[in-house]
Design a protein around this ligand. Structure first.
Ligand code: PHE
Length: 335
């Protein structure tokens, strides 16, 4: 094959090139170690001496010309790729993932917002409590099982990891003058074996309001707004008589089952109702122990599990998922 047609073939190949990856192939086809042009050099020896110099020069020229052309094409591909990136401004530079608030904190925030809108102040209490604030001042009888080391995490005879957020009621009553309305969030600890609905550590939000002439009607009015904002406008709730040592009367608050609308399902155990919190009117004895005059003041208190609220709202059936740090699970809750 003569030099000219090899050159023309190379030009054709370059013209028809479809993608960048073909360039090295074409390059080696012509000027690689076994390329068509390179092979011609080997033929030089079979030529008469006087023609060698001339032909050698010609092959050199073609080889250099092709080298230049290949370089130009390489540059062209490089610029094209660059321009595509620049022109497509909608293209991600790299997959950017934004973080989001943990489902538990989203739930906390939602609950804070509801109570803040009604004038409640958020106050945190200590996680290491003493017997007095965790039990004594809350009217827990000496024989109550929670006071046993088997049920709570005691450090010594007097101090323990709080088993609920109710001791914050006492701490505020000891140091603030009524009227006040407080919610108090935070971790609580009990000697529970971990399963789908229990954990040795969990989160509660305590709420309490102390003023004059406060009764169940006030509690109900606050709960009405809470249930509407957290579970939905047409979700019903009821106050069911219960017992807590530090409230009298005491009650549990149930909402109409949000899964079956009250018809009965396995979540509400066919009762049509789901328990969401404990509540009651603060026992006069608790006021006395905290230095507040029960003749003058009255108030209500309530306490709820934050995990439970999150699980009900998001239809999460295992509490362990909330603590598991499985991003695939957590990513679902966009906040
Ligand atoms: N502290 C109670 C519990 O942990 C809940 C509660 C709070 C009940 C306030 C009544 C009033 O079960």
């Amino acid at each position: 094959m003569d030099l000219n047609s090899i050159y023309n073939d190379a030009l054709d190949d370059l013209k028809n090139i479809k993608n960048k990856g073909d360039l090295p192939l074409i390059k080696s086809k012509y000027i690689g170690r076994k390329g068509k042009v390179t092979e011609l050099f080997k033929e030089l020896t079979s030529l008469p001496k006087e023609e060698r110099k001339d032909f050698g020069q010609k092959i050199n020229e073609v080889q250099n010309k092709l080298k230049e052309l290949f370089e130009e094409h390489e540059e062209k591909f490089r610029l094209n790729a660059f321009n595509i990136k620049l022109n497509d401004i909608t293209r991600d530079a790299y997959p950017i993932e934004s973080g989001r608030t943990h489902i538990l904190n989203q739930t906390y925030e939602d609950i804070y917002n509801v109570f803040k809108s009604m004038g409640f102040t958020v106050v945190e209490g200590p996680e290491i409590e003493d017997e007095f604030h965790n039990f004594e001042a809350l009217n827990f009888p000496k024989s109550h099982p929670a006071r046993d080391t088997q049920d709570s995490f005691f450090f010594d005879d007097k101090s323990l990891l709080r088993t609920h957020t109710s001791p914050v009621q006492i701490r505020i009553m000891e140091s603030w003058e009524p009227p006040f309305a407080v919610i108090s969030p935070g971790k609580c600890y009990r000697r529970d074996t971990i399963d789908a609905s229990h954990s040795f550590m969990f989160n509660q939000i305590e709420g309490f309001l102390v003023d004059e002439d406060i009764g169940v009607g006030h509690l109900k009015a606050i709960l009405d707004i809470f249930v509407q904002k957290i579970f939905g406008e047409d979700v019903k709730f009821r106050l069911r008589p219960h017992f807590f040592p530090f409230t009298e009367p005491s009650m549990e608050i149930d909402i109409g089952c949000i899964f079956c609308g009250g018809k009965g399902c396995n979540v509400c155990k066919n009762t049509g109702w789901i328990e969401i919190m404990g509540a009651g009117i603060i026992d006069p004895n608790v006021f006395t122990l905290s230095g507040i005059d029960p003749e003058k003041h009255s108030g209500f208190a309530f306490g709820m599990g934050v995990e439970r609220i999150a699980m009900l709202r998001q239809n999460i059936n295992d509490m362990r998922l909330i603590y598991g740090n499985d991003l695939e699970f957590l990513k679902q809750f966009r906040g």
